[in-house]
Design a protein around this ligand. Structure first.
Ligand SMILES: [Zn+2]
Length: 128
């Protein structure tokens, strides 16, 4: 909410709408996580697979599902946190250096908590 704040309104209403968008994304992540959860539990009818080979791929598929599920949970939590931040007008601020994250980045990565430089530093130089 400094100088560039006023100059950078580009049709996109701030605050409320960003919060709503993030909350919606969080809900979507939640629903996708639930879907993964159901898919994983649905495999409960394990006696359908009598072949050890199938059981193995089944276990791998489950693990993949579980990982996807956990990733979506994390995404949901992050989005919820960001939705709260947006309500306080703090969305789009890098949590490490406090600089404004470019809106173009936020449009592509709505759950970005860091600017590109800090994200790279945080992930040990790797890209996300
Ligand atoms: Zn930063």
């Amino acid at each position: 909410m400094r100088r560039e704040g006023a100059a950078r309104v580009r049709g996109m209403p701030k605050g409320e709408d960003q919060a709503e968008r993030l909350a919606r994304l969080a809900r979507e992540a939640h629903e996708r996580a639930e879907a993964h959860d159901l898919a994983a539990d649905g495999g409960e009818a394990s006696d359908a697979h009598h072949h050890p080979a199938e059981a193995a791929t089944d276990a791998e598929a489950r693990e993949r599902e579980l990982r996807a599920h956990l990733r979506l949970r994390e995404e949901e939590e992050r989005l919820l946190r960001l939705a709260e931040a947006a309500q306080r007008g703090e969305y789009g601020i890098c949590i490490d250096c406090g600089e404004k994250i470019p809106e173009a980045r936020l449009e592509i990565v709505p759950d970005a908590e860091r600017c590109v430089a800090c994200q790279q530093a945080a992930s040990g130089g790797r890209r996300r």
